[in-house]
Design a protein around this ligand. Structure first.
Ligand SMILES: NC(=O)c1ccc[n+]([C@@H]2O[C@H](COP(=O)([O-])OP(=O)(O)OC[C@H]3O[C@@H](n4cnc5c(N)ncnc54)[C@H](O)[C@@H]3O)[C@@H](O)[C@H]2O)c1
Length: 444
């Protein structure tokens, strides 16, 4: 195990909620050198902490709680005001369970915010509040409003609220806390961000200052991704078992590829996938599972997800109610003239089917050079492609009311900046055109 970071005296912290996350925070922040006061509405948890015991069964936490209660750097209180008045930062780690109907119950976090707000009414010094619980986007704003209302102070002046999600896993919580992939600090005022950075000094991990909403949604996205990975891997496992293949060997090869598989590749929000390989090979894997009576809902639904994305692109373009649409880039990716299963071809097909007038520029696609399966494909889905293709980027921009960008082109940003009245729909996330007044990204 890597060594614990060295400790030194620093910012005092109150931890609201002494469950899994709060108890680990108490032990770890004390270990990092802060003086910590724990607060919980459950008095049994307060008694446990004050007798030097963890409130949870978790490796290494008991030892940290015992050590720091003994030295006096950690104590628990039933008095929320005392906790706030005697610390510079309050970290909210209260529960955010699901209601019976499946909604998130944020009552505890709003109650904790109210308690902090009440206490701040009679505190002169600036106070930082960090939301460590997993909460829906928009919660930071609501917590800020509650504290403003209860304290009579202005956010950014008397106090600041930052979003600081926790990513620890039970059973390895202390190691996860001390050696995180990164520390996320979602917005808040400068003073609040600085005091939060100070309490993490000693942890060797990048601090990422991001928007509040990105910090709030991140934990949900991470956990959905983890659940997806587990379920996808188990679907592969079931297919492999039925076909006499060792899934452990297959998945160890999948994760060994750090270039295309375990990497940022294919993980940039943008337009739908396409081309001659992904759709075909996905179909083949689906067929193998079907033929072997293996149920694989995730693998089966990937294509539906992709089709929904093409439809959302179509709705974005048609939402402007302008009939002349220019398309920059038609093949499924830059540097190829392969039009087979290009999502842009599907988009063009839908638009022209609805009577839109389409003008296409793609420097990789020369109509007379299309041949073989590529030509057969395009003749079947876009028989009038030759009249839509235009060799000059300028002409396409000039003649279109809506310009849909699927590939970067030299000079494109200058060209569109001369036409502020045109609508720009960016399907790939290009640099240099986002400041256009009528710019719309597909996922941003
Ligand atoms: N358990 C995990 O592994 C984990 C990991 C990362 C994030 N989270 C998130 O962290 C949050 C806390 O999770 P947990 O597992 O520690 O929950 P938990 O249920 O173990 O603990 C929550 C604690 O909050 C206390 N509480 C409720 N209202 C309070 C109030 N107004 N003031 C003070 N204390 C109050 C409860 O008495 C309880 O002790 C949740 O949002 C959870 O989703 C949990």
């Amino acid at each position: 195990m890597p060594p614990m970071p060295a400790s030194k005296e620093k910012t005092s912290i109150s931890v609201f909620g002494l469950g899994y996350v709060g108890c680990v925070c108490c032990g770890c922040f004390a270990e990092l050198g802060s003086r910590v006061i724990g607060f919980d509405t459950n008095t049994t948890k307060l008694d446990l902490i004050n007798s030097g015991k963890a409130t949870i069964l978790e490796d290494k936490v008991d030892a940290l709680i015992g050590k720091h209660v003994a030295t006096g750097s950690l104590a628990a209180t039933s008095d929320a005001q005392h906790a706030v008045w005697n610390t510079e930062v309050s970290i909210l780690c209260v529960g955010t369970p699901s209601t019976e109907k499946g909604h998130l119950d944020l009552e505890c976090i709003f109650d904790a915010a109210a308690m902090v707000g009440e206490a701040l009414r009679q505190k002169d010094d600036f106070h930082t509040v960090a939301i460590r619980s997993t909460v829906l986007p928009g919660t930071n704003r609501k917590v800020t409003e509650i504290i403003e209302e209860r304290s009579g102070k202005k956010s950014g002046v008397g106090f600041g609220v930052v979003s600081n999600p926790e990513f620890l896993r039970e059973a390895t919580a202390v190691d996860d806390f001390m050696h995180p992939a990164h520390i996320i600090i979602g917005d808040g005022c400068e003073q609040a961000r600085q005091s939060l950075k100070a309490i993490y000094a000693g942890i060797d991990a990048p601090i990422r200052e991001v928007s509040t909403e990105a910090a709030e949604i991140l934990k949900y996205v991470n956990n959905a991704f983890h659940a997806l990975k587990i379920s996808f891997t188990n679907e592969v496992g079931r297919i492999c078992k039925e076909t006499g293949i060792d899934a452990r060997e297959v998945m160890s090869l999948v994760v060994a590829d750090k270039i295309l598989n375990i990497s940022p590749y294919y993980m940039k929000p943008g337009f739908a996938y396409g081309g001659s390989c992904l759709p075909k090979d996905l179909k083949a894997l689906k067929t193998i599972s079907h033929d072997n009576y293996v149920t694989t809902p995730i693998i089966d639904s990937i294509r539906y997800s992709n089709v929904s994305h093409i439809i959302s692109g179509f709705r974005l373009v048609t939402g402007f109610k302008k009939k002349n649409v220019g398309i920059i880039g038609l093949s499924f990716k830059p540097g190829t003239d392969d039009l087979r299963n290009s999502p842009t071809v599907e988009l063009v097909e839908k638009l022209s089917g609805k009577g839109y007038w389409i003008n296409i520029f793609d420097r990789d696609v020369e109509f007379s050079a299309l041949a073989g399966k590529n030509k057969e494909y395009i003749d079947s889905v876009l028989p009038h492609l030759s009249v839509m293709l235009n060799e000059r980027l300028n002409d396409v921009v000039d003649q279109s009311e809506v310009i849909v960008v699927t590939k970067n082109e030299d000079g494109l940003s200058d060209l569109v900046s001369r036409h502020p009245e045109k609508v720009i729909v960016d399907l790939v996330g290009l640099a240099g055109i986002a400041d256009h007044p009528n710019y719309h990204g597909i996922c941003w």
